[in-house]
Design a binder for this molecule. Structure first.
Ligand SMILES: [Zn+2]
Length: 303
């Protein structure tokens, strides 16, 4: 979420949680539906992206949004298809991706996610970047089907590949590749609306893993693939490649400063992302200082 990213950047800049997360009025949110072709639709709820695929006898949904938006998500799907939601895939264990799981499960959806996502949801977690404590999820909200490396779902004419990328946006990310529709949900491994990506180190994420995830998507993609970020409009393969190249550049520059003995403050003061920020920093997205601080911390902890 852009709003959360901005907060995360500020918290990172303060070095400690410096203010509480503002209350968000979800009743004002509108959900935009975009037809991506071959029965696949994007649901953009001004803070996050979900996908749904309409099959012969049901719907497969990727990410359920925050709990408060569950009904609106169901309504947006019902406007396209009256078929029941049969499967839910959670891309990662941030609450804006699994919040309405329980509501979906209660009406018969089978929830699927990575093994580590189930563990994090069951235990509850503290997300340092957001100064946010996520309580343990009720049993009905937890994935019923879990996997470790890959899983394939054959859904109508579509083949849906779930691919785990370790230690990327979190430690439990799933890339969801819709082969026929030529769409990949990136979990949180690419920044929304052409911004720098955020990797949640308290949730097991890392810079190196995010680069590996972007490399993996480049391997799967062709020139026409649509990449679904955490939020915003789909990214192109070209933008994904540019994101990967920017991250590789930031990694090598920050590593050089670390090798020269610079501490975190000196590394940020050296502005190693300066020439890249014009392309990647937009209002509400992460700043150059924030990505530098995250890169420093991630490389220092040898991720
Ligand atoms: Zn996330």
């Amino acid at each position: 979420m852009k709003r959360l990213l901005a907060i995360a950047a500020l918290i990172a800049f303060c070095g400690s949680p410096c203010f509480a997360q503002p209350q968000i009025d979800y009743s004002k949110f509108e959900i935009k539906t975009t037809d991506l072709g071959h029965g696949l639709y994007l649901l953009n709820w001004q803070g996050g992206d979900s996908l749904f695929l309409v099959g012969d006898d049901g719907v497969l949904l990727v990410d359920t949004a925050v709990a408060q938006l569950g009904d609106k998500i169901k309504l947006a799907i019902a406007r396209v298809s009256p078929k029941p939601i049969k499967f839910v895939i959670n891309t990662h264990a941030h609450a804006d991706h699994f919040g309405a799981n329980e509501a979906m499960a209660k009406t018969g959806a089978l929830i699927i996610g990575h093994t580590l996502l189930r563990e994090r949801m069951a235990k509850g977690q503290y997300l340092a970047a957001f100064n946010q404590t996520i309580p343990p999820s009720p049993p009905a909200a937890l994935p019923v089907l879990t996997y470790t490396d890959t899983m394939t779902i054959h859904f109508g004419d579509e083949t849906v590949e779930l691919i785990h990328v370790p230690s990327a946006h979190m430690d439990n990310d799933t890339l969801v590749h819709f082969k026929r529709a030529n769409v990949i949900h990136a979990s949180g491994t690419i920044g929304g609306d052409g911004g720098y990506p955020f990797f949640d180190m308290s949730g097991g994420g890392s810079l190196a893993g995010t680069i590996v995830a972007e490399d993996k998507m480049l391997e799967l993609a062709d020139a026409n693939t649509k990449i679904i970020a955490d939020e915003g409009e789909p990214a192109s393969t070209k933008l994904l490649k540019a994101s990967r190249d920017a991250l590789v550049m930031i990694r090598s520059r920050v590593q050089k400063l670390i090798d020269e003995g610079k501490d975190e403050a000196q590394t940020i003061a050296a502005k190693p992302s300066k020439d890249l920020d014009a392309q990647w920093v937009h209002q509400g997205n992460m700043s150059g200082d924030a990505i530098t601080r995250m890169a420093f911390q991630s490389l220092k902890s040898s991720h």
